[in-house]
Design a protein around this ligand. Structure first.
Ligand SMILES: Cc1cc2nc3c(=O)[nH]c(=O)nc-3n(C[C@H](O)[C@H](O)[C@H](O)COP(=O)(O)OP(=O)(O)OC[C@H]3O[C@@H](n4cnc5c(N)ncnc54)[C@H](O)[C@@H]3O)c2cc1C
Length: 394
C-alpha cells in the first residue's frame, strides 16, 4: 500500500527543495512526525557553477517604504539562513560572502554601487570603499567598493546538498518523475498526485506545494497569465591556475562593463572557474544573441587570455519565472500551494519562502506566509477568506 505523506513538494529547483528541507528540519528539531516527499523531474540548478546570492527582488522598488523594509528584513534573514544551512548540513558548495564592485576610476565604481542600491534594494551602509592596494586585480579596474551582503555559491552543489540533507532527515526524494495532475478526495481528506511514469500515484494528507518553475507553473489553473518566462545566460570556463593567478588576488569581482545600466556579474570561484552572466531575452530564440554578448564580455574582462578560452566556454541558458509586479508568488490556493516567480534572485528568495512554509506547515504559524501572500493580492485575497487553515501539527 502507498505511503501517505503529510506534504508533497513538486519540483526539483531551489523553491521546492528549500521548502521541503526547511519543513522537514523544523519538524525533526521540534520532535514532530511530518512525512514529506519531493517529486521532481530533475534536480535543476540555475547555473552549473557560480551563482550569486543577493537581496534582489525585482519589484521591491515599487513597494511602499514600510513594505520595502519588511521585505528587506526577510531577505536579509534568508541570506543568513542560507549560509547557516550550508554550514549546518556541511554542504560543500564553495559558499563565499563578500563582493567587490569595480570601476576603472572612482566615479565609475561609485556609479555601480548606486545602481546596486537602486536596483538590488541595498542600502548605502551595506557598502564600504576598498583601499586601492586591496582591489581585485583585473585589467584596468582600479577602484572598488565592497559588501558582505552579496556572495557566490555553486548552485549545483547546493541543490544536491539540500537533497542529501532532506533524505538524511528522513524525507523522501523521487527524481525523474513528471507530475501530471492531482485528484482531491474531500471525504477522505486526501490528495492523489499522478505522474507520467507508469500511472504512478503518490498520496498526501495536504494539498501539494507546486514549485515547478517557468515552463510548467504558468499552465496550472489560476496561474494562467500570472507568470511568464524570461531567459538568461551564464558562461563559464575553468582557467588554468596561472591565468587565475594573473587576474585575481580575491575570489570575487563585480564589474561595470558599461552595459547600459545592467550589471555584469563575473566571479572566479575556488576551483578557478570563471563565470560571467548577463542579459535577458523573452524568447529562447534570443539565446544566440546572449551567447554573442557573453563572449564579448569574456574578451573585455580577460583581454589577454580570452582567445585561449574561446572554445572552452560552456553556457547555462535557462528560463526564470517572472511576474508582472516583480514579486514572487508564494501562497495558498484552494487546491494547491504555490512558490514561484523569484526572477533572477531565486536562491535567497526561495530560502525566505521555504522558512515561511515551514513555519506554516509545522508550527501552524502563518504570519510570514500571509505577508508574502500579500505581495500578490489579486491571487490570494479571495482564497484568504474562504481558505482552509493549513493544519499545522503542533
Ligand atoms: C542562466 C541563469 C542564471 C541564474 N543565476 C542566478 C544567480 O546567480 N542567483 C540567483 O539567485 N538566481 C539565479 N537565476 C535565477 C534562478 O535560477 C531562479 O530564480 C530559480 O531557479 C527559481 O527556482 P524554482 O525552484 O522556482 O524553479 P526552477 O529552478 O526552474 O526549478 C523548477 C523545477 O521543477 C521541475 N519540474 C518542472 N515541471 C515539473 C513537473 N511537471 N513535475 C516534476 N518536476 C517538474 C524542473 O525539472 C525543475 O527541477 C539564474 C537563472 C538562470 C536561467
Amino acid at each position: 500500500m502507498n505511503k501517505t505523506y503529510d506534504k508533497i513538494f513538486v519540483g526539483g529547483g531551489i523553491a521546492s527543495l528549500m521548502a521541503a528541507y526547511q519543513t522537514k528540519r523544523m519538524a525533526v528539531d521540534a520532535g514532530v512526525e511530518y512525512d514529506i516527499l519531493v517529486l521532481a523531474e530533475s534536480i535543476h540548478p540555475p547555473t552549473a557553477v557560480g551563482s550569486h546570492i543577493t537581496l534582489a527582488l525585482d519589484g521591491l522598488g515599487k513597494l511602499p517604504s514600510e513594505g520595502k523594509d519588511t521585505m528587506r528584513v526577510l531577505m536579509l534573514d534568508a541570506m543568513h539562513e542560507l549560509c547557516a544551512i550550508v554550514d549546518r548540513e556541511k554542504i560543500a558548495c564553495g559558499l563565499r560572502k563578500g563582493y567587490q564592485f569595480l570601476g576603472r576610476n572612482a566615479e565609475e565604481a561609485r556609479q555601480l554601487v548606486d545602481l546596486i542600491i537602486r536596483d538590488f534594494n541595498y542600502k548605502e551602509d551595506y557598502f564600504r570603499e576598498v583601499p586601492q592596494d586591496d582591489v581585485f586585480r583585473l585589467s584596468g579596474f582600479t577602484h572598488a567598493w565592497e559588501t558582505d551582503l552579496i556572495g557566490q555559491i555553486n548552485a549545483h552543489d547546493l541543490l544536491w546538498g539540500i537533497q542529501r540533507a532532506i533524505t538524511e532527515l528522513g524525507g523522501d526524494v523521487v527524481v525523474g518523475r513528471y507530475y501530471r495532475y492531482y485528484r482531491h478526495h474531500t471525504a477522505r481528506g486526501k490528495t492523489e498526485l499522478y505522474t507520467s511514469y507508469n500511472r504512478e500515484m503518490f498520496e498526501s494528507r495536504n494539498v501539494p506545494l507546486m514549485a515547478t518553475g517557468a515552463h510548467h507553473i504558468q499552465y496550472m489553473s489560476k496561474m494562467r497569465g500570472q507568470t511568464y518566462p524570461e531567459y538568461t545566460i551564464a558562461a563559464h570556463a575553468r582557467l588554468n591556475p596561472e591565468h587565475a593567478q594573473a587576474i585575481s588576488r580575491r575570489p570575487i569581482a563585480g564589474i561595470d562593463s558599461q552595459f547600459a545600466g545592467d550589471v555584469l556579474w563575473a566571479t572566479l570561484d575556488p576551483k578557478n572557474i570563471f563565470t560571467a552572466g548577463i542579459g535577458y531575452t523573452s524568447t529562447p530564440r534570443g539565446e544566440r544573441k546572449l551567447i554573442r554578448g557573453v563572449r564579448s564580455i569574456f574578451r573585455e574582462v580577460l583581454p589577454d587570455i580570452a582567445d585561449l578560452y574561446e572554445d572552452k566556454l560552456e553556457f547555462s541558458f535557462g528560463a526564470m519565472t517572472m511576474t508582472h509586479n516583480g514579486m514572487p508568488i508564494i501562497g495558498r490556493m484552494t487546491s494547491y500551494d504555490v512558490s514561484t516567480g523569484f526572477g533572477s534572485g531565486g536562491l535567497v528568495a526561495a530560502t525566505m519562502a521555504g522558512k515561511a512554509w515551514a513555519n506554516s506547515l509545522v508550527q501552524g504559524n502563518h504570519e510570514t506566509l500571509e505577508t508574502l501572500e500579500a505581495l500578490q493580492p489579486q491571487l490570494f485575497e479571495r482564497s484568504r477568506r474562504a481558505r482552509r487553515q493549513a493544519p499545522g501539527v503542533t
